[in-house]
Ligand binder design. Structure first.
Ligand code: SIN
Length: 195
């Protein structure tokens, strides 16, 4: 599959005719909501786990030196915590552009932390997309993140902001926190030092 998923996502008609749609965010969509929303609620999806296995050519890296960002992979019994946003369908023009580097919209059951479930959408970067990097030891992922940067800024910032947002919501993600720990132990840590 090509890197750019805009056309495939635009053709998805699962929620056509709906006045609003729930979107589940598990990566930068947790801490960077650069779109208007009607409502925002902490939530989770069952049977998925967050992994820094997706390459980023357009936000936290470049085509020549991709960064590493989050996707979700199936995992029996796992719960992936994140943030759900109720948005109008027009927002998907911006969201499809933002998530264009390999992410596909997938219909999914979203469970709200306060109770209740709604079917909504999540953007997932599957293993068959051209930007996928796949599994690697967490130390190697930390080293990769420490040296990558792209138009949206240092790759380390993505990881650190996500880890902090999860912590603020009271969640532990062992994969994310392990990478964060390794990053802290590296010489440069991936973020520019103050002058
Ligand atoms: C998400 O946050 O739900 C998708 C991945 C990303 O944009 O970081």
């Amino acid at each position: 599959m090509s890197h750019n998923t805009i056309e495939i996502n635009r053709a998805m008609d699962r929620f056509d005719g709906h006045h609003s749609v729930w979107l589940f965010g598990y990566g930068s969509l947790i801490y960077k909501a650069d779109f208007p929303y009607l409502e925002r609620r902490p939530a989770s999806i069952a049977g998925w786990t967050r992994r820094f296995w997706q390459g980023s050519h357009d936000h936290r890296g470049t085509p020549e030196a991709p960064g590493r960002v989050a996707t979700i992979v199936p995992a029996a019994g796992a719960i992936c915590h994140g943030m759900a946003y109720l948005v109008t369908p027009e927002e998907f023009t911006h969201l499809d552009h933002r998530e264009k580097n390999g992410y596909l919209r997938l219909a999914i059951d979203i469970r709200f932390d306060g109770g209740g479930t709604e079917e909504g959408l999540v953007y997932i970067a599957r293993h068959d997309n051209a930007a996928y990097l796949g599994e690697a030891p967490e130390l190697e992922i930390a080293r990769h993140i420490a040296r990558a940067q792209g138009p949206s800024g240092p790759n380390a910032e993505y990881l650190l902001r996500l880890a902090q947002a999860l912590r603020d919501m009271g969640h532990v993600d062992e994969h994310v926190f392990a990478i964060e720990d390794y990053l802290a132990g590296l010489d440069d840590g991936g973020l520019p030092r103050p002058a």
